[in-house]
Write a protein that binds this ligand. Structure first.
Ligand code: GLN
Length: 201
């Protein structure tokens, strides 16, 4: 049976995630209200504006329910704003968040002069060729807990910044795999879902 993937559709680039999963033959459900999350096998949280999505998560009552589901093993894939919302710590911000990932994040971290850029990243977990990573007012991770693992870094002006992190059932990227035709991150996420389903049956 193919999994049913919830795609948080409160704000941001959720349609692109739906399209990516569709290309892979997987069913999705837009999540806008508390009743929508019953029965999903995984959740994608898109890019957009993390303060807006966080506020709407709170207003809809989805915040605690989603947090609990992630804590009990629901596979979740957060891109850009989605990554920010999943982090435990957001530098200089008390904005609402899920906080499931033991990591610290800096918003809009690459500054205004490189608001948006594309970079081919070598990601060992995905193999060859390098992944075309699209960064849009992107965050980067400034610290991770022992449980979390760095999947990708990006080099900017001679510095390496953490751009993708996994912690058990939580997958996050600072860039937007849903905005490219390269579906390897979505495939990788589907594999995570398959493995977690095997564990619970
Ligand atoms: N800068 C945005 C934020 O802080 C994230 C940008 C994005 O998702 N493309 O929420």
């Amino acid at each position: 049976m193919t999994p049913l993937i919830g795609v948080l559709a409160l704000q941001g680039a959720f349609r692109e995630h739906i399209d990516a999963f569709k290309r892979l033959g997987v069913g999705t459900r837009e999540i806008r209200a508390l009743r929508d999350i019953a029965g999903i096998d995984a959740l994608a949280i898109p890019g957009g504006e993390s303060t807006t999505i966080g506020k709407l998560l709170t207003d809809t009552g989805l915040m605690p329910a989603t947090r609990e589901k992630i804590a009990s093993g629901l596979p979740v894939f957060g891109t850009c704003a989605g990554m920010i919302l999943l982090c435990e710590e957001i530098e200089d911000s008390s904005q609402p968040r899920l906080g499931s990932l033991k990591a610290k994040v800096r918003r809009n971290a690459f500054g205004s002069q490189v608001d948006s850029f594309e970079e081919n990243l070598l990601i060992p977990e995905l193999g060859d060729p390098p992944f075309p990573a699209v960064f849009i007012r992107a965050p980067f991770i400034t610290g991770i807990g022992d449980e979390a693992r760095v999947l990708a870094t990006v080099n900017k002006d001679g510095e390496n910044y953490i751009a993708a992190v996994r912690q058990d059932n939580i997958l996050t990227t600072a860039f937007h795999p849903e905005l490219t035709a390269d579906d390897r991150f979505h495939k990788y996420f589907l594999k995570m879902i398959g493995n977690s389903a095997k564990r619970t049956t």
